[in-house]
Design a binder for this molecule. Structure first.
Ligand code: DQA
Length: 146
C-alpha cells in the first residue's frame, strides 16, 4: 500500500508558527513521525509540502495510478480552494483530510472546509497524531472495503 501525504502552505513553519495552536514539533520532525508510523504499519509513504496551490493540484494529479490513499492537510487552502477540491475529485483516490488544530473551534472562516467534500473523512484537533490516525484509517478502510 502506497500513501501520499500532502501538506499545504505554512505547514513548513511548524515549530515556529503559533505554537500554542500547532505545537512545538517542527516540520522535519513531523515528517519523521509520519514516516516512522508508516514503517511500523508496513506502508510505503511519501510526504510532500507546498506553499503553492497549483503545485498541490499537480501533486494530486500525479498521484493518479500511483498511490492507494492520500492524507491531505490543505492548510489555509482548505477553506477556499475549489482547484484542490476538483483535483481530489478528479483522481478519486481515497483521501482523509487532517488538521492539527480543531478548525471547528476557531474563527468562523476556518469552520468551512471546501475540500472535505472529496474526502472519506476529516480528522481535526488531535495534533500531529491525526496524521497517524489517518494512516491507520486508510489501511482499515482498504481492508474492509476491498
Ligand atoms: C490547519 C488549519 C487551517 O485553518 C490553517 O490555515 C492551517 C493549518 C491545521 O492543520 O490546523 O494552516 O490546516
Amino acid at each position: 500500500m502506497k500513501i501520499l501525504v500532502v501538506n499545504g502552505p505554512n505547514l513548513n513553519m511548524l515549530g515556529v508558527r503559533e505554537k500554542s495552536i500547532y505545537g512545538n514539533t517542527n516540520y522535519k520532525d513531523l515528517v519523521k513521525y509520519i514516516e516512522d508510523a508508516a514503517s511500523e504499519l508496513s506502508v510505503e509513504i511519501e510526504v510532500l509540502q507546498s506553499n503553492i496551490e497549483g503545485e498541490i493540484v499537480t501533486i494530486i494529479q500525479n498521484a493518479y495510478g500511483v498511490f492507494d490513499g492520500i492524507i491531505i492537510n490543505p492548510a489555509a487552502y482548505t477553506h477556499y480552494s475549489i482547484a484542490i477540491l476538483d483535483a481530489l475529485k478528479s483522481v478519486r483516490i481515497p483521501t482523509i483530510e487532517v488538521h492539527i488544530s480543531n478548525i471547528h473551534a476557531r474563527e468562523d472562516f476556518r469552520k468551512k472546509s471546501v475540500t472535505a467534500e472529496a474526502c472519506i473523512g476529516q480528522i481535526c484537533g488531535l495534533g500531529i497524531h491525526g496524521y497517524v490516525l489517518a494512516l491507520q484509517a486508510l489501511i482499515n478502510i482498504k481492508n474492509n472495503f476491498a
